[in-house]
Design a protein around this ligand. Structure first.
Ligand code: CP
Length: 314
């Protein structure tokens, strides 16, 4: 694996190998007082975030540190990006400094793919083979989120193939939804998208899933439900339906959560808008897998760095 840009790059074997490595790394660190493996000693990992993040940026930094890589964080506001430096110049500059891996989040869909192309073509000049990881590009993809969600579903359900997973809410603006639909379908799940018609993208009928607008009707038959964040920052034309209408039709209230089978986990990629997307009692309840997702995010990102920088393990 040279870069991780899209879950479409992963077939079932490659995705399962990453999830298995994540499980093994979690086991290797379990109960250790010092959570440090020597695996990536001497490697340099740079996070370059042009959008805000808590979970993805911090967990990649922890993942690198726990594997003894040197990790550096670059944010748009604190770098020469704020003076107008382009994405290409910034990336090639970091590559010339010896970055083995650049993890990028960018508001433009396709930014990670462009970056990977520049890195591959610039390798002779920069002298470094720099891998790119897509940490979220516009409304396109967020592959490591889908991998950590799959790790959490495996943990909670014992497997993914044949399970029915509901993904609920603002699909239109969600890179998490797109990556999850692709990855879960690749791993053999049946995926149901539940959303208001105004928050579905054009072409969703080509995605490997079923679409519904009726959350109450779908919940009793789901093995797990994944609530999405409403991406108000990407709704330049205003919020439709209104926040109240959204909560009434698509929020996971306590009453609604009771329609799920008893052992069905509730996932949310975070950050959560409590009260609109998910009731606080559900987010903090026994079915909630939200903090397990965050924990698995560190191990999955360790696995991604491992496969990119050390090669897939035997
Ligand atoms: N789920 C997710 O990507 O969260 P952050 O924006 O905090 O990284």
């Amino acid at each position: 694996m040279r870069h991780l840009l899209s879950v479409a790059d992963l077939d079932a074997t490659a995705a399962t190998a990453l999830l298995d490595t994540s499980d093994r790394l979690r086991q290797a660190l379990l109960g250790r007082e010092v959570r440090k493996l020597p695996t990536l000693r001497g490697r340099t990992v740079i996070t370059m975030f042009y959008e805000n993040s808590t979970r993805t940026r911090v967990s990649f930094e922890i993942a690198g540190k726990w594997m003894s890589a040197d990790t550096v964080n670059v944010s748009a506001s604190g770098s020469s990006v704020s003076k107008g430096e382009s994405l290409r110049d910034t990336a090639l500059t970091l590559s010339s400094m010896g970055a083995d891996c650049v993890i990028v989040r960018h508001p433009a869909s396709g930014a990670a793919h462009r970056l990977a192309g520049w890195m591959d073509r610039g390798q002779d000049v920069t002298g470094t083979h720099t891998s790119i990881v897509n940490a979220g590009d516009g409304t396109h993809e967020h592959p490591t989120q889908a991998l950590l969600d799959a790790a959490t579903l495996r943990e909670r359900l014992g497997g993914i193939a044949g399970r029915r997973i509901g993904i609920v809410g603002d699909v239109l603006h969600s890179r998490v939804a797109r990556s999850n639909v692709l990855l879960l379908a690749t791993l053999g799940a049946e995926v149901v998208l539940v959303a208001p018609p105004t928050l579905l993208p054009v072409g969703v009928d080509q995605w490997p899933c079923r679409v519904s607008h009726e959350l109450d009707a779908e919940l009793p038959a789901l093995d797990a439900v994944m609530m999405l964040r409403v991406q108000a920052e990407r709704m330049h034309g205003g919020f439709f339906p209104s926040a109240r209408e959204y909560a009434v039709g698509y929020g996971l209230s306590e009453t609604r959560a009771a329609l799920l089978p008893d052992d069905a986990p509730v996932l949310h990629p975070g950050p959560m808008v409590r009260g609109m997307e998910i009731a606080p009692a559900v987010a903090d309840g026994t079915s909630s897998a939200v903090l397990a997702q965050v924990r698995n995010g560190v191990h999955v990102r360790m696995a991604v760095l491992y496969h990119l920088l050390a090669g897939a393990p035997e």
